[in-house]
Design a protein. Structure first.
Length: 227
């Protein structure tokens, strides 16, 4: 399994998808484009959107103070893109993500990698809130996440990591010198952010599966494997 798109392709019809941090309803738009009218969509976020799409169930919560406001074992796919780095206790939140995931369901997490520390801060278009450095976003409480750290955390919750890697694109790497120059000349912050992220592997991601026998919230069990 290589990507979030493959998670969607593995889901049966009528699956339930939870988008943790759902402003913009990215997962609903992505799923509808990939497999129209195949899934039910749910979301939770700190801020309530001005408009909520039809057939989307939204719940508001401050995840630094509250648990995810859904019952155990509810969702075939739980997606948390660029959420755990904003939380004071990301380890506990990953346990929550597994709690609401159905046994046999999938979890997708994406967060800034250690490579995000290598970049300078965004040097123009400050009013658009683009990020080149991990430190550009003042709401980042937590540490960056390597693929290894996401793998280990999944194992410490007795779940199965299927794929961990950096988010990158060979196309962006090949085109980067030309795109970088274009962005500097045109002050295109959106394209610069995307190009740098996809060139250096600015973010890490995890695709994990909750074991079929695991009900509710798994215990966190720290261990070091035999070497």
């Amino acid at each position: 399994m290589k990507s979030l798109e493959e998670c969607y392709k593995c889901l049966p019809d009528n699956s339930r998808i939870l988008d943790v941090g759902c402003l913009g309803f990215e997962q609903m738009h992505f799923g509808q484009k990939l497999r129209p009218n195949s899934f039910s969509y749910f979301g939770v976020d700190y801020c309530k959107p001005k408009e909520i799409p039809l057939n989307f169930e939204f719940k508001q919560a401050d995840l630094n103070k509250e648990n995810i406001p859904f019952l155990d074992d509810q969702f075939d796919l739980v997606v948390a893109k660029h959420i755990i780095e904003h939380l004071k206790d990301p380890i506990a939140m990953v346990g929550e993500l597994f709690r609401v995931c159905k046994p046999g369901g999938f979890l997708y997490i994406e967060a800034p990698s250690e490579r995000s520390l290598l970049m300078p801060g965004m040097f123009f278009s400050h009013d658009k809130f683009f990020s080149l450095s991990f430190f550009d976003d003042p709401t980042h409480f937590s540490r960056p996440w390597t693929p290894q750290s996401l793998y280990r955390l999944t194992k410490l919750y007795s779940c199965d990591p299927l794929k961990v890697d950096y988010q990158y694109s060979l196309k962006h790497r090949l085109c980067f010198p030309f795109v970088f120059l274009f962005c500097l000349l045109t002050k295109n912050g959106k394209l610069l952010e995307r190009s740098i992220w996809q060139t250096i592997g600015w973010a890490s991601y995890l695709i994990a599966k909750k074991p079929e026998h695991l009900i509710g919230k798994p215990e966190f069990n720290y261990y070091i494997p035999e070497r």
